[in-house]
Ligand binder design. Structure first.
Ligand SMILES: Cc1ncc(COP(=O)(O)O)c(C=O)c1O
Length: 373
């Protein structure tokens, strides 16, 4: 009988889903990884108009429509002063596919991929699916990734290291100095830096910088998406930006696995990127207000929590039995170990939830924390 491929057998369904399945229907959900805001009206409208005009019935170019790729290139010029040729962009089915393309195109079987632990669940799984060896590295006390830890983990077998700022599950934002270091490490060690920037606009203090701004070689590949910035997770539209030789390799994976990103989503994304940005500013402001409420609530409950500076997650240090006690009281949180072995002793809370529910959840958390202390 045909057996399943070992690299797929090694990957399990995310621990996050297990938590959702265990929860009751009326639980307050602080486990969600997507903004609770509508997609901007002008983005929705652009897709509707394109559909009605019959412009979305056919495949687009494999890399995506020229107009969308121009909009993505213009964004990097405007926001980072980076000159990107629209030919060096591939529109993908979300940031997820972009990460997959980058790893498939650069990782040979047995090669190592370094990534933050706790970190986004896809890095480990996609490394295994590419036949690579996951190499998680632990974080600093403030939950940022130390460039020195990455440099120490590099061996002759290292194909890539992943940087994710602002980060899921921690909400941590890397400093400009760190980003310069990541660029230097990619240059000096001649290894790929895969920079996952899907939360790039959701920053409360300081600003997001990309290692691509600082690298002297083409060893940085940037992944981003409309998913979080424009609350478009359901549209499945992301992209990867890299040098032409890297894009052409990633295109081979994309062409045969996907052909092109969904055409209606490409029209919506183009409008989101080129249209008014106020909805983004309003969403980020709301997240910051909620972040402050969550921080106060967790600290009042006696929990230690590094101040998250971006995304919409907080990651407190929690005592044994805390996640179960919170879940039993109908608030969904995700145990830190779902994001890697070094996540043990932490929990991830998402505040992509309305203020009333957040406040109720924080009272319940206070009660649960007292119960397990
Ligand atoms: C850090 C990080 N990267 C990538 C993704 C994938 O995003 P998308 O929905 O665009 O595939 C997520 C989604 O939660 C994420 O948190």
């Amino acid at each position: 009988m045909t057996e399943f491929a070992t690299r797929v057998e090694e990957v399990s369904i995310s621990g996050i889903r297990e938590v959702f399945e265990a929860a009751s229907e009326d639980a307050i959900n602080l486990g969600i990884g997507q903004p609770d805001f509508p997609t901007p009206a002008h983005a929705r409208r652009a897709a509707i108009e394109a559909i009605e005009a019959g412009r979305t019935d056919a495949y687009t170019s494999n890399k995506g429509t020229p107009q969308l790729r121009e909009a993505i290139a213009a964004k990097y010029d405007r926001e980072y002063g980076l000159e990107i040729d629209p030919a060096d962009v591939i529109a993908t089915a979300g940031g997820s596919e972009a990460l997959h393309l980058a790893l498939e195109a650069h990782v040979d079987p047995g090669e190592e991929v370094i990534f933050p632990d706790p970190g986004f669940v896809s890095y480990d799984a996609l490394t295994r699916i590419a036949g690579g060896t996951p190499t998680p590295v632990s974080l600093r006390d403030d939950l940022t990734l130390d460039p020195a830890a990455v440099e120490d983990a590099i061996t002759d077998e290292t194909a890539a290291f992943v940087v994710n700022s602002p980060a899921n599950p921690t909400g941590a934002v890397q400093s400009e100095a760190d980003m310069r270091e990541f660029a230097r490490i990619a240059d000096e060690h001649d290894v790929l830096c895969l920079s996952d920037e899907v939360y790039e606009h959701i920053v409360f203090e300081g600003e997001h910088r990309s290692p691509m701004e600082f690298a002297e070689t083409d060893n940085v590949v940037v992944v981003s998406a409309c998913s979080k910035t424009y609350s478009m997770t359901g549209w499945r539209l992301g992209w990867v930006v890299a040098s032409n030789r890297r894009i052409e390799r990633m295109l081979r994976v994309h062409q045969y696995g996907q052909a092109c990103a969904s055409a209606p989503a490409q029209f919506a994304a183009e409008a989101a990127l080129t249209g008014p940005q106020e909805p983004v500013a309003e969403m980020v402001e709301a997240f910051e207000t909620r972040r402050d409420v969550v921080l106060d609530g967790l600290e009042d409950a006696g929990l230690e929590v590094p101040t998250p500076q971006g995304a919409f997650y907080a990651m407190p240090n929690v005592p044994d039995g805390w996640c179960d006690a919170v879940l039993e009281r109908d608030v969904i949180v995700v145990p830190g170990e779902a994001f890697g072995a070094h996540g043990a002793g932490y929990a991830r809370l998402s505040y992509a939830t309305g203020m009333e529910d957040l406040k109720t959840a924080l009272e319940i958390i206070d009660d649960a924390t007292r119960a397990v202390r």
